[in-house]
Design a protein around this ligand. Structure first.
Ligand code: XMP
Length: 508
C-alpha cells in the first residue's frame, strides 16, 4: 500500500497533515522525528511537520535525513522548511514582522509541480516566529507573500519542496490542492486507501494473524469497540467472544438496547449484570478520582472473571484508535494527566493475552466511515461519546441507585429531545448532571425542596477543547418543563455555559 511518512517535530498541527492526506485516500503514518521507521518500497514520500522550536535553538530537533533527502520526495512544512534552509547554509532569523495568521501568495511559480493550479493571491495560514532570510545556493523560490519572500522553495535537482505556511490548516484555502500536488503528482501515490479497501485488507490480515484462535473483547456500546468487534467478527466469526458489562451507570435502557443491536449484528456477546457489585463498592464514595479508580478496577475484575470462562482465549480485542497510539509515542511524551481515563487498557499482567487492535491506524472520523462501510446502524455510529465511568462522574457526590435512576430519566428526556428537534447530530456531546444540592420551589400550592440538575451540550472536534452549544431557548424551555413535570424529585434545571478550557466537559 502506498504510504507517506510524516515526521513529527512537535507541531500542534501534525495530526491535521495526516488527516488531510488521508482525505485524499492515501495512507500515511506519523512518527517522531527521532524515530525514522524503515523506509520500505511502500513509502512514496516524506513530510516534515512544523514545530514549536526555533531551528536556531540549542535543543532544536534534528532528524536523520540520510535515507530521505534527495532519495525520496520530501515536503517540509514550517519548521521543516526553516530547518532545511539552515541545514543547507541559508539564514533563518527571528522575524521582524509578525508572521502569524492569514497571508496571500502574491508570487506563485505555477510551473513548479507543488504549485500547479494554485491561483495567484491564494490565502495561506502562517504561524511562525522565525523566518528564512536567505536561501542557500540551489534553493529556488516557488512562492512569496508581500512580507515573506521565501514562503516556499524547491531544492533544484531534487524532489525536495518546502513551505513556511501550513497547507493542512483550514485557512490555507488551496492547502489541500498543494498536498494533493505533492502526494499524487510528485510521489505518485495511488489514491486507493478507502474504507472498503481498509475493511478488505484488515479482515484478510486478521484472518492470517488469528487463524483459529479465540479472542475476548469488552464492548462498551461506543463507536470504537463496536466497529473493532464487527471487523473481528468478519474475520473470525464465532471465535470472537464479546463481553458487555452493565455497571449500573449506563444511560436509561442502554444495556438492553445496545445488547439487542449487538446480537442483531450477529456478534457472540454475553451481557453481564454487575450493577449491584458496582453500587456496593461505590457506596459513600464522593471523591471523583476514587470513583474512577473503583470503576476501572471493578470493570477489570468482572471482565477477568468472565473471560476466564472462555477457555483457551489467546487474544484480547481492543478498540484503540490512532490518536491514542500517537499520544503514547509522541515527541512530547504522553500529555499530562488531568483526569485518569479508564478504558479496557490496564488489564492485569497475569491475563497473558496478546492484544489485537484492528483500528490502531484510524482517526475517529475514519472509524465512523469504516463502521458505515460495515453496515453498522447509524444510531450506533453517530452516537455521542460517553465516558467509561458513565453517570458516576455526572452524579456529584456519592452514588445511589435512586440517584442513578433520577439522572437516567433526566438524561433520557434531554437526549430524546435533542433527537426529536433534529439537534442531536449538531451537538458533539450532551448529557445531564445531578448536583449535590437541593433548592426551594413551588408546585401547585406546595413548597418543594428538591434536586437540581444541569444540562450540558458542547461543540468540539476531539474533546480536547469545547464550546457550549447555543441551543435554542424554546428547546431549552421545553426540555426544562418536561424534566420538572416528569421526573419526580427534581424542581430546577440549569444550563451549563462554560467552555473548555477553563472548564472541562464532564463536571468530575
Ligand atoms: P473532559 O471532562 O476531560 O472530557 O473535558 C473529555 C472527553 O473525555 C470523556 N471522558 C472520559 N472518557 N473515561 C472515558 O472513557 C473517562 O474516565 C472519561 N472522563 C471524561 C468525556 O466524556 C469527554 O468526551
Amino acid at each position: 500500500m502506498d504510504t507517506i511518512i510524516i515526521l513529527d517535530f512537535g507541531s500542534q498541527y501534525t495530526q491535521l497533515i495526516a488527516r488531510k492526506i488521508r482525505e485524499l485516500n492515501i495512507y500515511c503514518e506519523i512518527h517522531p522525528f527521532n524515530k525514522v521507521p524503515a523506509l520500505t518500497a511502500d513509502v512514496k514520500g516524506v513530510v516534515f511537520s512544523g514545530s514549536p522550536y526555533s531551528c536556531n535553538a540549542a535543543d532544536a530537533p534534528v532528524p536523520d535525513m540520510s535515507n530521505i533527502k534527495g532519495k525520496l520526495p520530501l515536503l517540509a512544512v514550517c519548521y521543516g522548511a526553516q530547518y532545511l534552509a539552515k541545514w543547507g547554509g541559508g539564514s533563518v532569523q527571528q522575524s521582524q514582522t509578525r508572521e502569524y495568521g492569514r497571508a496571500n501568495l502574491q508570487f506563485i511559480d505555477n510551473s513548479n509541480p507543488l504549485m500547479k493550479g494554485i491561483p495567484q493571491g491564494s490565502q495561506v495560514w502562517m504561524s511562525h516566529g522565525d523566518t528564512i532570510e536567505r536561501l542557500p545556493e540551489g534553493y529556488k523560490v516557488i512562492c512569496s507573500t508581500d512580507s515573506v519572500k521565501n514562503a516556499g522553495y524547491q531544492i533544484e535537482g531534487e524532489q525536495t519542496y518546502a513551505i513556511q505556511f501550513h497547507p493542512e490548516v483550514h485557512h490555507s484555502v488551496d492547502g489541500l490542492a498543494m498536498l494533493r500536488n505533492f502526494v499524487v503528482d510528485v510521489c505518485h501515490c495511488d489514491q486507493s486507501w478507502t474504507p472498503a479497501s481498509f475493511v478488505e485488507s484488515t479482515v484478510a490480515e486478521l484472518k492470517a494473524k488469528l487463524g483459529n484462535d479465540k479472542v475476548v473483547m469488552g464492548l462498551s456500546g461506543g463507536v470504537d469497540s463496536t466497529v473493532a468487534a464487527v471487523l473481528l467478527h468478519r474475520a473470525i466469526g464465532q471465535n470472537l467472544h464479546c463481553i458487555f458489562v452493565d455497571n449500573g451507570l449506563l444511560r436509561k435502557n442502554e444495556f438492553e438496547n445496545v445488547l439487542e443491536s449487538y446480537k442483531g449484528m450477529g456478534l457472540n456477546v454475553k451481557g453481564v449484570n454487575a450493577k449491584d457489585r458496582f453500587y456496593s463498592l461505590l457506596a459513600g464514595v464522593t471523591e471523583p478520582e476514587r470513583k474512577r479508580k473503583i470503576i476501572g478496577k471493578t470493570f477489570v475484575d468482572v471482565f477477568d472473571e468472565e473471560s476466564k470462562l472462555i477457555t483457551d482465549a489467546k487474544w484480547l480485542g481492543q478498540g484503540t484508535i490512532y490518536p491514542d497510539v500517537i499520544e503514547s509515542s509522541s515527541v512530547k511524551g504522553p500529555s499530562q494527566t488531568i483526569k485518569s481515563h479508564h478504558n479496557v487498557g490496564g488489564l492485569p499482567d497475569y491475563m497473558k493475552l496478546k492484544l489485537v487492535e484492528p483500528l490502531r491506524s484510524l482517526f475517529k472520523d475514519e472509524v465512523r466511515r469504516v463502521g458505515r462501510q460495515l453496515g453498522i446502524k447509524e444510531e450506533l455510529i453517530g452516537r455521542h461519546p460517553f465516558p467509561g465511568p458513565g453517570l458516576a462522574i455526572r452524579i456529584l457526590g456519592d452514588i445511589t441507585p435512586e440517584k442513578v435512576e433520577i439522572l437516567q430519566n433526566v438524561d433520557d428526556i434531554f437526549i430524546q429531545g435533542l433527537r426529536d428537534h433534529d439537534l442531536y447530530d449538531k451537538v458533539w456531546q450532551a448529557g445531564a448532571i445531578l448536583l449535590p444540592i437541593q433548592s426551594v420551589g413551588v408546585m401547585g400550592d406546595e413548597r418543594t425542596y428538591e434536586r437540581v440538575v444541569a444540562l450540558r451540550a458542547v461543540e468540539s472536534v476531539d474533546g480536547m477543547t469545547a464550546d457550549w452549544c447555543h441551543l435554542p431557548y424554546e428547546f431549552l424551555a421545553k426540555v426544562s418543563n418536561d424534566i420538572i413535570n416528569r421526573v419526580k424529585g427534581v424542581n430546577r434545571v440549569c444550563y451549563d455555559i462554560s467552555s473548555k478550557p477553563p472548564a472541562t466537559i464532564e463536571w468530575e
